[in-house]
Ligand binder design. Structure first.
Ligand code: DAH
Length: 347
């Protein structure tokens, strides 16, 4: 019986030094396990005289309960310490600056297109779409560029099937499509931004895929000054109010007269810099008065109707506006390259 008291004080002594759950478990086995210091005592009961059995049994039970309490208490204490430790060390410091999550932004090519769309929609234009896989008829023939005409050489075309189906080399075929749809009856104001393809070797200023923004207006008594006014509005919107336009005579098969549109250099304001190659002017579009043959081919009577058309190179506009010097930047999937566009966003 005395021994029982000793066992308890021994446990108390030992448990004071215990530092982790492993040690608690070891003590559990050492004392309460079947062969443990307390656990093994049950087997003594049957060897005792009857009169002692009851008292011993009661004391042993008492001892078991006390020992279990002591061990549980220690176990709880250790678990609590672990939790407190965790709470202390893993606490969230809400004053820490948050990690920046990179935000997606629209490609600046799209932004240029949207700016032009917004302006021209406000001037009554429709934004239309056309197929990228096009027929020779629309891409060339209706636009006054018959088969075998040398003007075709200027646009190294990707042919898909024979000489009939191709990847459009310009957005101008959409002019023909829209005119034919209107059957020579209605005035037309449309723009068509879209992808175009040419067999160019890719370099800093050429890409086999690029984007044009086509414009067409057909109405009555349309002159070059209407074209000039419209182009002026577009470039002022993109490059600022003090940007002026100059028309240079040029040649396109589907316009007569044809012009090359130059804008005054928005960087040096005409004094000469690397952007305008010291000329003070930058070419941004081709344009002209719709050729009577094109009107006729597409069902409009040239004696009644007249119109103007223009085609901007979207990448060129974006490169100029945002100071990008390699056209391939628009078509890369490299996030480090694209990241530059998000910085341009705030400019
Ligand atoms: N399609 C021409 C090109 O790709 C650009 C162009 C010039 C479009 C004159 C026009 C235009 O609508 O009138 O080079």
């Amino acid at each position: 019986m005395d021994n029982l008291e000793n066992i308890l004080s021994e446990l108390e002594k030992q448990i004071a030094d215990v530092k982790n759950i492993n040690e608690v478990n070891n003590l559990k086995i050492e004392y309460l396990g079947k062969k443990g210091k307390i656990g093994s005592l049950s087997s003594i009961i049957k060897t005792l005289p009857v009169e002692e059995k009851k008292e011993f049994g009661k004391k042993l039970n008492d001892l078991k309960m006390k020992a279990t309490d002591i061990i549980n208490e220690k176990e709880n204490k250790i678990n609590e310490d672990i939790l407190n430790d965790k709470l202390k060390n893993e606490s969230i410091d809400i004053t820490l600056p948050a990690t920046k999550i990179p935000m997606g932004v629209s490609n600046i090519l799209e932004r240029i297109v949207e700016e032009i769309e917004e302006l021209l929609i406000s001037m009554g234009y429709d934004v239309v779409d056309g197929p990228e896989i096009e027929e020779d008829k629309y891409n060339f023939e209706l636009l006054n560029i018959p088969k075998g005409h040398p003007a075709r050489d200027a646009q190294d075309t990707f042919y898909i099937k024979d000489e009939e189906i191709l990847l459009r080399s310009q957005t101008s075929p959409v002019q023909a499509r829209v005119m034919l749809e209107n059957e020579g009856k209605n005035p037309i104001r449309m723009i068509c931004p879209g992808k175009t393809y040419r067999r160019d070797d890719d370099d800093a200023t050429h890409s086999h895929q690029f984007m044009q923004i086509e414009g067409l207006l057909v109405d009555k008594d349309i002159s070059l000054s209407d074209l000039k006014g419209t182009i002026d509005e577009i470039v002022k919107k993109l490059f600022g109010e003090d940007c002026v336009t100059r028309f240079r005579p040029s040649y396109y098969q589907f316009t007569e007269p044809s012009v090359e549109v130059d804008i005054s250099c928005f960087k040096c304001k005409g004094s000469g810099c690397n952007i305008c190659k010291n000329t003070g002017w930058i070419t941004v579009a081709g344009a002209g008065i719709v050729h009577p043959n094109v009107l006729k081919n597409c069902g409009y009577d040239p004696n009644v109707w007249s119109g103007f058309a223009f085609g901007f190179g979207a990448e060129r506009l974006a490169m100029l506006k945002y100071g990008i010097n390699d056209i391939r930047a628009f078509y890369t999937t490299d996030l480090r390259e694209l990241e530059r566009f998000s910085r341009k966003d705030s400019e």
